[in-house]
Design a binder for this molecule. Structure first.
Ligand SMILES: C[S@@+](CC[C@H](N)C(=O)[O-])C[C@H]1O[C@@H](n2cnc3c(N)ncnc32)[C@H](O)[C@@H]1O
Ligand SMILES: Nc1nc2[nH]cc(C(=O)O)c2c(=O)[nH]1
Ligand code: SF4
Ligand SMILES: [Mg+2]
Length: 232
């Protein structure tokens, strides 16, 4: 399936992880079965046939909704042009974007001179261009009980883990071990993934825990900058 079901498209600054601060076009895909209780995009969970709308209706919305439009890769680049977007970095998020085959869209993007990035939970196998920067935000022990795939962890350029309690850090350490990604395990000529901790919902205690743990492990902090500066 090359068609993508798109909840929203917007241009802003990447607020999370390695690319923080980079002007980016966000393509948010519809549908996610994982069920994180603290998810900040719950409106993207259901992919209901009745919620299909035209691209024009979706682009005129100014509130979060569960409506989506259907797009081919080519039509998305026409939309970027129509909106006069200037960013050269595309972030594909969701929902869970890896429910879709992202090879056609990401390869076309690179051909056109964009860089691309996927934000994924690691619960689906990842189909994208080799050049795509993959951010895996592993979802361990969530409602749907879907396992995080070792193949996703090993494809990741960046592992960005949402944390609120010590339990979340312990779970990450187990997953890193199971995925053969503990520090020093990276194979020759392979860059090991960067590890970020991201406090859940800007909670003060979560932020302090993330800061302390990053310092202890020489990991990095990601604070959802967009939520602090009030952009999308
Ligand atoms: C909404 S998810 C969509 C992409 C994909 N389903 C995933 O989970 O990576 C995008 C990013 O936001 C993070 N996120 C979602 N809700 C959050 C929250 N309340 N606090 C911090 N990060 C959150 C996720 O962990 C993920 O890194
Ligand atoms: N500015 C901004 N940066 C982001 N980085 C990841 C996001 C996401 O929802 O996946 C996101 C988002 O929604 N907005
Ligand atoms: S996997 Fe991502 S989109 Fe799905 S519920 Fe969790 S945070 Fe939300
Ligand atoms: Mg977001």
């Amino acid at each position: 399936m090359t068609g993508l079901q798109v909840n929203e498209v917007f241009e802003t600054i990447q607020g999370e992880g390695f690319w923080t601060g980079t002007p980016s076009i966000f393509v948010r895909l519809q549908g996610c079965p994982v069920g994180c209780p603290w998810c900040d995009t719950k409106h993207t969970w259901d992919l209901l046939p009745n919620n299909l709308r035209s691209v024009d209706v979706i682009m005129q919305e100014n509130e979060e909704s569960a409506f989506y439009f259907s797009a081919s890769p080519e039509s998305l680049f026409a939309l970027f042009k129509d909106k006069s977007y200037t960013a050269k970095h595309i972030v594909i998020t969701g929902g869970e974007p890896c429910m879709f085959d992202l090879v056609p869209f990401t390869e076309l993007a690179h051909k056109k001179g964009y860089s691309t990035q996927i934000e994924t939970s690691g619960t689906f196998s990842i189909s994208c261009s080799e050049e795509t920067w993959v951010t895996v935000s592993p979802k361990i022990n969530m409602k749907a009980g879907m396992p995080v795939l070792v193949s996703a962890m090993q494809r990741a350029n960046e592992i960005k883990h949402p944390v609120a309690m010590q339990k979340h850090i312990d779970e990450l350490n187990v997953l890193l071990q199971e995925s053969d990604l503990t520090q020093g395990n990276n194979k020759q000529n392979e860059q090991s993934a960067l590890i970020y901790l991201q406090p859940i919902s800007q909670q003060e205690r979560a932020t302090q825990l993330a800061v302390d743990t990053c310092i202890k492990n020489n990991w990095r902090l990601s604070v959802q900058l967009h939520k602090y500066i009030g952009v999308e």
